[in-house]
Design a protein around this ligand. Structure first.
Ligand SMILES: [Zn+2]
Length: 452
């Protein structure tokens, strides 16, 4: 009797352990199943560690960017298209973390926790991107041999048209170039000193907080003394108000405006438009824009109000900020994954529009008018042939000896081309030069895009 009891206890223990094991197995499959199934040791979808079985990746016009043919993963035949879209499509080694081949690998392989690796059809899912490959190629060629990024998105729908990052590489060549950050998607993962593009944040904060903003004036004598130290300006602007100060990008005006606002209020505005938080694009985490002045002294705080000191900007965050100004204060979150479908055509996932109010309609309209003025009076409206471009340039100092980075951010205030953009060109000099020229080339192409 005792023996039987003992045996049944052992049996019970075995059954218990077995059930628990199965439960644990199912639990970990539900949690990590996608990772396990897409782990490079899984021969069903990988061959020699290279992804072979997965669905198609297409751009907004149905141009195939990557697909599986005869058990092989192949890219578009055009090398310029491959290089211009690799930071969105990804490489087969998974080095480009923001590419679909990495960030959306489970979806691409059609992983299903019940059926195993593949969905019912036995093939992967297809991913339709919002990108326009020909606009992307234009941006890639315009950047040329320089490092930088061009981001363009439809601020009414959220669709990203162009997400080009240079230096780039050809994912079909099989090479694994090292150095220069070729795998980095500079739009999502880069951060740069903003220079004068930050004056838009200071201007917005002034409109939010200072009741006399319309009549407010400060003096510029080729700069201004703050707490006994000199903060220089490129011009000698005399007494100047907000509108003129933005057109002439007067450092003295915006540094004094920052001091008038104080650290707390300027930080609050910066955070409202996306600083000091991790933004996401389709669940892919972006690098954080930073505005931290709580411990800065007055002269450093003054410099921070004009985008110097320790300010850092992620180009994607600025893209959403520009979209917010363009769309009357409401920023539609940009996305690149338009639709995921099974090979049979049923929808797995569809992009949904999410909106974030960054500022009041009145403030957005005032900034739009000022940014339109910048282009008309300073950067040259002729460059943008009727696109009604509103913008702000920036020149980001990067140490004493290097040539500064060149920024141009803004949008078209035009229902036919509702696009916001950020352009940064590394070590290319003043923003009103390299970056405005690239924006002009790329934006002219957006006329050809059809959208819903
Ligand atoms: Zn000035």
């Amino acid at each position: 009797m005792n023996k039987i009891l003992k045996r049944s206890f052992v049996l019970f223990a075995i059954i218990f352990a077995f059930s628990a094991g199965i439960l644990l197995y199912y639990f970990s499959l539900a949690v990590n199943g996608g990772d396990w199934a897409t782990y490079p040791a899984n021969k069903h979808i990988y061959s020699n560690g290279i992804l072979t079985k997965a669905g198609q990746i297409t751009d907004r016009n149905g141009t195939v960017l990557a697909e599986t043919k005869d058990e092989k993963r192949v890219y578009n035949k055009n090398a310029d298209i491959r290089k211009a879209t690799v930071h969105a499509v990804g490489d087969l080694n998974g080095f480009v973390a923001t590419g679909m081949h990495s960030a959306y690998l489970k979806e691409l392989c059609g992983f299903d926790p019940i059926n195993g690796v593949y969905n019912v059809s036995g093939e992967g899912n297809n991913i339709e991107l919002t990108l326009d490959s020909s606009v992307s190629v234009t941006a890639y060629k315009a950047l040329g041999s320089r490092a930088g990024t061009v981001g363009v998105y439809n601020y009414k729908t959220g669709e990203i048209i162009c997400m080009v990052s240079t230096p780039t590489f050809d994912p079909a060549s099989g090479d694994t170039p090292s150095g220069k950050g070729v795998y980095v998607n500079r739009l999502l993962s880069g951060v740069y000193a903003p220079g004068s593009i930050f004056k838009l944040v200071t201007a917005l904060s002034a409109m939010e907080n200072l009741s006399n903003v319309e009549n407010m004036q400060f003096s510029c004598r080729q700069g201004v003394t703050i707490a006994g130290e000199w903060l220089s300006c490129l011009g000698n602007h005399g007494k100047i108000g907000l509108d003129g100060a933005l057109v002439h990008s007067c450092n003295a005006f915006f540094a004094q405006t920052a001091l008038e606002l104080g650290r707390k209020r300027l930080t609050a505005t910066a955070e409202k438009v996306g600083f000091n938080k991790t933004l996401e694009m389709d669940g892919i985490k972006c690098a954080e824009s930073k505005y931290v002045v709580s411990k800065s002294n007055d002269i450093d705080f003054g410099w921070s109000g004009i985008g110097q000191h320790n300010d850092l900007v992620n180009p994607f965050q600025y893209l959403t900020f520009m979209g917010g100004i363009a769309n009357e204060g409401k920023s539609i979150t940009p996305y690149v994954v338009k639709k995921i479908t099974t090979s049979g055509g049923s929808t797995v996932k569809k992009a949904s529009k999410s909106t974030n109010r960054l500022m009041d309609e009145e403030q957005a309209k005032a900034l739009t008018e000022m940014m339109r003025n910048n282009v008309k009076k300073n950067y040259g409206d002729w460059r943008f042939s009727g696109l009604e471009v509103c913008g702000k340039t920036g020149t980001a100092e990067v140490g004493d000896k290097s040539t500064p980075h060149s920024w141009f951010v803004g949008f078209c205030n035009n229902p036919d081309t509702p696009y916001a953009f950020t352009v940064i060109v590394e070590n290319a000099g003043a923003g009103n030069g390299a970056a405005t020229a690239i924006a002009s080339t790329v934006l002219k192409q957006t006329r050809k895009i059809s959208f819903d």
